[in-house]
Design a protein around this ligand. Structure first.
Ligand code: URA
Length: 236
């Protein structure tokens, strides 16, 4: 994506960008980690399971899942969409109303902002894989219960094992805390590169939160930059 397009997207999501007179790369592979960013190793959700199966098997199992009570209130399961061999795996919290209706993740208002955030980072939705901790909508969009996350964790582990992403973006507090098995607040979790079974994991603000707190959009952009820098370093 060329720089002017990226700037357009950044402006669209409400981020002011300072452009020096000369070209300002969004990512510089030789750049040191951004100020205040540290590398963090956390023992989180273990991304291994005895049975991985095929993608088709996994999708069918999720569609027919009755492991918890959410199967009684859902309209559709939300397996995830995108590239099954993506470098980027984006993991949100749980489907909301629109996602439940359409059977696709991040298709409501927050989803539109997530799409813009990804574009600003030079990524099309189709080239990443987007999913959630929970594959079914909790009624009234309440927080996922620990046992619901536990029942769903095998599906996410198998998705990770099949995709083998080069980076995981944990979108929002619930996703980050569940994946990293911690109660630490989001402010403590963002701005660092965590590791999940050897895969770097970066925590970003949830777009639903950003829709309410416009002032945090700049920080969201910093989170994305950290993720882009990390994946480029690991590829290089
Ligand atoms: N919020 C999420 O965390 N996931 C979705 O799919 C939609 C909204």
């Amino acid at each position: 994506m060329d720089n002017s397009k990226r700037l357009e997207y950044l402006q669209a999501i409400g981020i002011d960008v300072w452009i020096p007179r000369t070209f300002m790369p969004v990512v510089s592979e030789s750049e040191p980690e951004a100020e205040g960013f540290t590398k963090e190793e956390t023992t989180g959700l273990e991304l291994h399971t005895n049975h991985i199966g095929t993608w088709a098997e996994l999708e069918t199992e999720v569609t027919n899942c009755t492991k918890c009570g959410l199967c009684q209130t859902r309209t559709h399961t939300v397996f995830g969409t995108g590239n099954k061999t993506a470098d980027w795996m984006i993991i949100g919290e749980a489907p909301g109303q629109t996602e439940d209706e359409q059977g696709k993740p991040f298709v409501g208002k927050a989803g539109a902002l997530l799409t813009e955030m990804l574009r600003a980072a030079g990524l099309d939705r189709e080239e990443v894989f987007i999913t959630n901790i929970l594959k079914c909508r909790p009624p009234g969009n309440r927080d996922p219960k620990p046992d619901e996350a536990e029942h769903c964790s095998g599906y996410l582990q198998r998705q990770c094992a099949l995709i083998k992403p080069k980076i995981i973006l944990a979108v929002g507090r619930i996703s980050a805390q569940t994946l990293l098995k911690t109660d630490a607040p989001l402010t403590k979790l963002r701005g660092k590169v965590h590791e999940l079974e050897g895969t770097p994991l970066v925590v970003v603000y949830h777009p639903a939160y950003l829709l309410r707190s416009l002032l945090e959009k700049r920080k969201a952009w910093q989170d994305l930059q950290l993720a882009v820098t990390t994946i480029h370093k690991n590829k290089g």
